[in-house]
Design a binder for this molecule. Structure first.
Ligand SMILES: Nc1ncnc2c1ncn2[C@@H]1O[C@H](COP(=O)(O)OP(=O)(O)OP(=O)(O)O)[C@@H](O)[C@H]1O
Ligand SMILES: [Mg+2]
Length: 552
């Protein structure tokens, strides 16, 4: 499974450190069984008045204690170096994974949910790691070493101990099975709430202009109430098991101690062994108590992990991507779509057999009613999605055998609603450029376009952050930023999705100038309803209900 792969990759990368770490866990049986054993001996010698021997044991005890402390410290140090690496490793793997999976299955992600997962998951996995150490190694070592110790002195005591341990473990297993669902639900609601909060806060403009502040705050309140309710039912489930554990703890304590005492009275064991056994019993009881807390913790983790695994499983499947490159691009790129079908959701085709040829250097417009499939076709051309049937060829090469980098270096898609990074205007303009570009170069390019308004504004704003999604720029200015990206990279094909949608007539004329300039060296595919721009193209391709009805 996916998650185990992540773990194994990490462990492989750090195997020596991990082996060292496992080795240091030996302090556990030494402190839990070794030390009580020597204590028992000490009491025995004191009882027999063998003071010199008792003194030797005391020295040995101090040495042993020192040893456990040193090993424990080393263990903590190894762990402290290990964990941050693990968290870092996991977070980067997760983001890379998202980049990869969505590269040909593009969608605007559920940001709140995704961020909740990215933030939480490395800590959850760190927790799994720690719990494995505490609940598995620690308990296992204590239980096994105590069992052997007790069994060697008294078979009946060893067996009673093992039996009690099995009972406690069984209750733990029931506990996990019964309460995990409650955690899953509360975890799911928690992440969904973040998605809702993100979505709500991204739509402040709708909220304010529609006077819906109270309504939205009410929605969030309802979700918070859900979180509270699910937390309560989780705690109820936990509480029920706390009572069951308490009963078992009391019984086990009584049985083990009475049994040890009886065995001593029957003279099967010495006072020294009785002392050791009583100390071990007492320290075991804290382990028993620990089982409850650890189980509770495991349930929380199990629930969270399952929600997380579901999330990973729902990520789109990685599509196969080829390594070929579009041949002979000096003469431009010939585009051919043959009977292309595409659906966003199963069984409902949005494109119903699109056939289209665009020659290198041509400037065409895609027109048609809203929702007729123009933007979808544009996105298919840069392989943001994969079509279901048919084929797309670039200079005769099928798109699926080309590398994504190659396609995207020759094709530039400018979306209908362009967003920008919340970085400086300059960084946004040169984002797609893979060479060093100076501000002066960018400014003189803008100046040469002969659009004075853009030049004056951009000159002043070059070093300013443009706000989230570019909110500090106008819609038209955002589009110009994307057009400048295209102008700076000179791709073979430029696809412009409604480039003048948010512009006044004067700006439209200016943008047309820009598009003309782009068209001098590149194929232009323009999606537009704009007459000013339509005048400029060689031919119009008309979409209707996902097919082309006219292409002259
Ligand atoms: N991400 C998506 N998931 C599901 N359906 C989608 C998605 N994007 C678009 N659609 C649907 O696909 C159809 C075609 O959408 P598309 O954006 O290609 O239309 P368009 O021709 O560009 O329209 P417009 O002129 O309004 O921009 C529409 O019915 C739309 O509802
Ligand atoms: Mg569109």
């Amino acid at each position: 499974m996916y998650l185990q792969e992540f773990y194994l990759d990490f462990l492989k990368e750090h195997k020596y450190r991990y082996i060292l770490y496992l080795f240091t866990l030996l302090y556990i049986p030494i402190s839990k069984v070794g030390i009580p054993h020597f204590y028992g001996k000490l009491i025995g010698y004191i009882n027999d008045k063998k003071i010199i021997k008792a003194f030797h044991i005391l020295i040995a005890l101090i040495g042993l204690w020192f040893l456990t402390q040193v090993v424990h410290t080393v263990s903590n140090m190894v762990h402290a170096r290990f964990m941050p690496k693990f968290v870092e490793f996991f977070r980067t793997r997760m983001i890379d994974n998202i980049f990869e999976k969505y590269s040909t299955n593009f969608e605007d992600l559920q940001i709140g949910d995704t961020i909740a997962k990215i933030i939480k998951s490395p800590w959850i996995l760190e927790d799994v790691f720690d719990t494995m150490e505490n609940a598995a190694f620690n308990n296992f070592l204590v239980v096994v070493s105590s069992f052997i110790y007790l069994f060697l002195y008294s078979k009946i005591l060893g067996i009673t101990y093992a039996f009690s341990m099995i009972c406690v473990t069984l209750i733990g297993v029931f506990f996990v099975n019964e309460c995990t669902d409650t955690v899953q639900i509360s975890e799911h609601i928690f992440d969904r709430t973040h998605e809702e909060i993100e979505d709500t806060l991204s739509n402040l403009i709708s909220i304010y202009t529609s006077n819906k502040v109270g309504h939205e705050s009410g929605r969030i309140k309802i979700l918070s109430k859900y979180i509270y309710d699910t937390q309560r039912s989780k705690l109820k489930c936990f509480g029920k098991y706390r009572i069951r554990f308490t009963i078992v703890f009391v019984i086990v304590f009584a049985i083990l101690n009475i049994l040890s005492f009886t065995i001593y009275l029957r003279k099967d064991i010495s006072i020294a062994t009785l002392s050791a056994i009583i100390i071990i019993n007492y320290s075991l009881l804290s382990s028993f108590m620990g089982v409850y807390y650890q189980t509770k913790h495991i349930i929380d983790l199990k629930g969270r992990i399952e929600v997380f695994i579901n999330y990973l499983n729902k990520l789109p499947k990685k599509n196969n991507v080829g390594n070929d490159e579009i041949s002979n691009t000096n003469n431009g790129v010939n585009i051919e779509l043959k009977d292309v079908y595409f659906s966003y959701s199963p069984k409902k085709y949005i494109l119903n057999g699109v056939n289209l040829t665009i020659k290198a250097g041509e400037n065409v417009a895609l027109v048609g009613k809203i929702g007729s499939g123009k933007s979808t076709t544009a996105k298919l051309l840069v392989r943001l999605f994969d079509f279901d049937k048919g084929e797309i060829f670039y200079n005769g090469v099928p798109i699926k055998s080309l590398s994504l980098e190659n396609i995207r270096s020759h094709f530039r898609y400018i979306p209908q609603h362009p967003k920008l990074f919340n970085r400086t205007l300059f960084e946004n303009i040169i984002y797609a450029v893979n060479r060093n570009v100076s501000k002066e170069e960018v400014l003189s390019l803008i100046k040469s376009l002969d659009i004075p308004e853009v030049y004056t504004t951009f000159k002043d704003k070059m070093d300013m952050s443009v706000g989230k999604n570019g909110s500090k720029l106008s819609g038209g200015q955002r589009q110009v930023v994307w057009l400048l990206r295209a102008l700076l990279t000179r791709p073979s094909v430029i696809i412009l999705d409604e480039p003048t949608a948010s512009m006044d007539n004067k700006s439209k004329v200016e943008v047309t100038k820009l598009v003309k300039k782009l068209g001098e060296n590149s194929t232009i595919i323009l999606i537009t309803h704009d007459d000013i721009l339509l005048d400029y193209v060689d031919r119009k391709i008309t979409f209707k209900d996902g097919v082309i009805v006219d292409s002259n």
